[in-house]
Design a protein around this ligand. Structure first.
Ligand SMILES: C[S@@+](CC[C@H](N)C(=O)[O-])C[C@H]1O[C@@H](n2cnc3c(N)ncnc32)[C@H](O)[C@@H]1O
Length: 173
């Protein structure tokens, strides 16, 4: 199996969500209305009703309904979480789940946890899927899944099989 060297570190933006995680997302949300950071319109990895790719630039589009976000990792990642905060505040995003990492020292973590009410810490490292549909060894970072916003019981039920779900203390952004 050939795996691009950067796939399993935060240097790669092309690490796709494995299907057991998407199953839990759908179990929680009911359906995904929007993937704002999609790999492709033709062969999208996430079964959403709508997609924005890099060509559309999801950062400048409205995010309506139930959103699942696995953002392009890297130095600019916080702008995706600030955008989610704005869309949620505007009432366009009604509910969201974000797949990112446990990077507690970063500004991006602080932004994301300020708008999340639950975080799931997977009990095993998530094996992301590569652009060729292959699955490689575990990534070099610890993943975390964030739930936004007001039906946490459904998130707990859907994600307990993946890992421990923690309540996030309320605090201002
Ligand atoms: C981590 S991958 C996630 C792919 C897919 N959403 C999933 O969860 O499997 C992030 C994707 O966002 C795309 N992307 C990068 N910049 C973007 C932008 N400004 N707007 C929308 N998508 C973007 C990348 O091409 C990449 O395929």
């Amino acid at each position: 199996m050939t795996v691009p060297p950067a796939l399993h570190s935060h240097e790669s933006t092309e690490h796709y969500t494995p299907h057991y995680v998407l199953d839990a997302v759908i179990a929680c949300l009911g359906a995904i209305d929007l993937d704002p950071a999609s790999n492709s319109r033709e062969i999208p990895n996430v079964p959403a009703a709508r997609y924005y790719t890099a060509h559309d630039n999801g950062l400048v589009q409205p995010w309506k309904g139930r959103v699942f976000l696995n953002p392009p990792f890297g130095p600019g990642v916080e702008q995706w979480f600030s955008k989610l905060y704005l869309e949620r505040s505007a009432g366009r995003t009604t509910e969201a789940i974000v797949l990112w990492k446990s990077a507690t020292e970063t500004a991006a973590w602080k932004t994301l946890t300020a708008i999340s009410c639950r975080v799931c810490f997977p009990s095993a490292r998530i094996r992301f899927v590569g652009p060729a549909g292959d699955e490689g060894p575990g990534p070099t970072f610890s993943p975390a899944l964030f739930y936004i916003w007001d039906r946490p019981d459904r998130f707990v039920r859907a994600f307990t099989g993946i890992g421990a779900v923690w309540e996030v203390p309320l605090r201002p952004l």
